[in-house]
Design a protein around this ligand. Structure first.
Ligand code: FNR
Length: 187
């Protein structure tokens, strides 16, 4: 089965290296029988409970994007040892109004790339904590911790290192298995 996967990029930087990683995953996805489409976050207003009664159109569109996907991949940078505020804002937006949490039961997987040696590991732990609270079944393994070295990934998502390509394809295959198991649990 080909699964439709929504991709959330946790950076709105015009030169985002996590967008490069998302582009790489999108190119490699067919090898794992996945179709990746971005669910954009840059137009989202700051979440406020004031708007719960009349959800902003951008927020409604974002929630619909999460809900209509078979699963969601979150590609996140690490900012100050956590997730960027724009990503937290998107997750808060998806989680509300109360009782209408778009992530409930939605399979998810997290991955990220940094220029530093910690490789977004701390941010991803925070993200896993948030996704647990949102009742989103997460891919546990393999973890996806990448460090950008010179020329590793081009802006269009071309990966110039064979072992990294192999890792990303194996990670995507694990996402496929995770989505399949979550959507069709053994009865
Ligand atoms: C960073 N960076 C960073 N890197 C890291 O590994 N751990 C961290 O805690 C931080 N903190 C941090 C805070 C802020 C405000 C910025 C702007 C950057 C460096 C970060 O890995 C680098 O800027 C990446 O390019 C960010 O990913 P995007 O936005 O390019 O996808």
């Amino acid at each position: 089965t080909t699964y439709k996967i929504g991709v959330i990029v946790g950076s709105i930087s015009s030169t985002s290296i996590n967008r490069r990683l998302a582009n790489a995953l999108t190119k490699l996805a067919p090898q794992a029988d996945l179709e990746l489409t971005e669910i954009p976050i840059s137009a989202l207003p700051f979440y406020s409970a004031d708007n719960d009664a009349a959800i902003p159109a951008e927020a409604a569109e974002f929630k619909a994007g999460v809900e209509s996907a078979d699963g969601v991949i979150i590609v996140t940078p690490e900012y100050n040892r956590s997730v960027p505020g724009v990503l937290k804002n998107a997750l808060d937006t998806a989680s509300r109004p109360w009782g209408d949490n778009s992530f409930a039961g939605k399979p998810s997987a997290v991955i990220g790339i940094s220029v530093g040696p910690i490789r977004t590991a701390v941010a991803q732990q925070h993200l896993r904590s948030i996704l647990s609270f949102l009742a989103s079944p997460e891919l546990a393994q393999p973890e996806g911790y990448l460090q950008l070295t010179d020329g590793l990934i081009d802006e269009d998502g071309t990966v110039n290192d064979e072992s990294t390509v192999e890792f990303l394809v194996s990670w995507l295959k694990a996402v496929h298995t995770h989505v399949a198991k979550t959507l069709s649990p053994v009865s």
